[in-house]
Design a protein around this ligand. Structure first.
Ligand code: TXA
Ligand code: MG
Length: 326
């Protein structure tokens, strides 16, 4: 049976921490998205995470620690650039790929000799790890191929009966997964975009390039209907949506669009989900979940611009649409 712990009600996390240390599996909040955790040093416990997520065993898990002493126990070859990044971005949503030590079982990293680690920004998560006393696994709390989860009640629907505890810490502050980087020959390679942007790292005087996670799973942003990102300036976007709706009368069409275009299009389509430009990152997975729940053939998604979040939001939206744009 899955036990629910509500942090707003000051529910006790002692018992839950003990359970994790002994190989139990929990869903817990972080500032990015909810994670699935167990004792990362316990090979059998780690196996359970792959089963619960339905994840292929060669897809590595990232690991959370509560301080750098714990970090030093599991990774080696920390260099000057790593140190600069740690000083500036930890605790926070930056996962750094390090060389791993043997104390981490092989299944954590899917056989790789590197491991992704961060100290989470959420103080509750850090306290939890401190209580557990060992590094914990932290893949996003979703069945493999489904959307990430930022709300404990959604996690409960998906994982009730499959994990020992679900800790409700409210809606995740940031709402999208951490930025993942690797340092290679003095250059920071961004393997996955997140709320820490290329420019944020460049400000430290470090050279940064975009790269990608080897064999990344594109289905991660599957909303179970087709999706097309609509690009251009405000007038282009209106014209393109208008044309698409006028021509495609046989399909159930949805729009994920701006507040300002709501009156224009909401009555002409089967579903209009408003995209709050001030809060897109935080709401992204709620919006995508709502789109997934809707019975729609194709979603037209307005491109996002003019905010410093746009780069990362567009990156996610292009994954949702499988790079389809009009
Ligand atoms: O914000 C986050 O990072 C969330 C929270 C819960 O911590 N976790 C998360 O984990 O997004 P996950 O497993 O959904 O995504 C981690 C990605 C995966 O695509 C995995 O393949 C990649 O990181 N990854 C993990 N270890 C790696 C490594 N050593 N080298 C390259 N890629 C790695
Ligand atoms: Mg994930």
């Amino acid at each position: 049976m899955t036990k629910l712990i509500d942090l707003k009600k000051n529910d006790n996390i002692e018992e839950c921490a003990k359970c994790v240390k002994n190989g139990g599996v929990i869903i817990f909040p972080t500032e990015t998205v909810y994670g699935i955790g167990t004792n990362a040093l316990d090979k059998e416990a780690v196996d359970k995470i792959f089963t619960v997520k339905g994840r292929k065993s060669d897809n590595p898990l990232i690991v959370l620690v509560s301080n750098t002493i714990m970090l030093n126990k599991i990774v080696s070859n920390i260099n000057e650039i790593h140190r600069k990044l740690i000083e500036n971005f930890w605790p926070g949503p930056l996962t750094i790929i390090f060389d791993k030590k043997d104390v981490l079982p092989e299944n954590v990293t899917g056989g790789l000799d590197t491991v992704g680690v961060r100290i989470p920004g959420n103080s509750v998560t850090r306290k939890l790890i401190e209580k557990i006393g060992v590094p914990i696994t932290a893949p996003s709390a979703n069945i493999s191929g489904k959307l990430s989860i930022i709300d404990a009640s959604v996690a409960y629907k998906e994982f009730n009966g499959k994990v020992d505890y679900i800790i409700d810490g409210g809606i995740s502050d940031i709402g999208i997964e951490s930025t993942i980087i690797k340092v290679e020959n003095g250059i920071v390679k961004i393997l996955r975009c997140g709320s820490i942007l290329k420019e944020d790292i460049e400000k430290l005087g470090i050279e940064v390039e975009f790269s990608s996670i080897p064999s990344r799973n594109n289905k991660h942003y599957d909303i179970e209907s087709d999706a097309i990102v609509v690009t251009g300036d405000d007038t282009d976007i209106i014209n393109k949506i208008d044309e698409y709706i006028s021509n495609d009368i046989d399909k159930k069409i949805g729009i994920i669009g701006s507040f300002k275009n709501y009156d224009l299009f909401s009555k002409r389509v089967d579903k209009y989900i408003k995209l709050d430009e001030d809060n897109t990152m935080k709401n992204l997975y709620n919006i995508l979940n709502e789109a997934k729940e809707a019975d729609i053939d194709v979603f037209l998604i307005e491109s996002v611009k003019n905010t410093n979040e746009s780069q990362v939001i567009m990156n996610k939206l292009m994954q949702v649409s499988n790079n389809k744009i009009i």
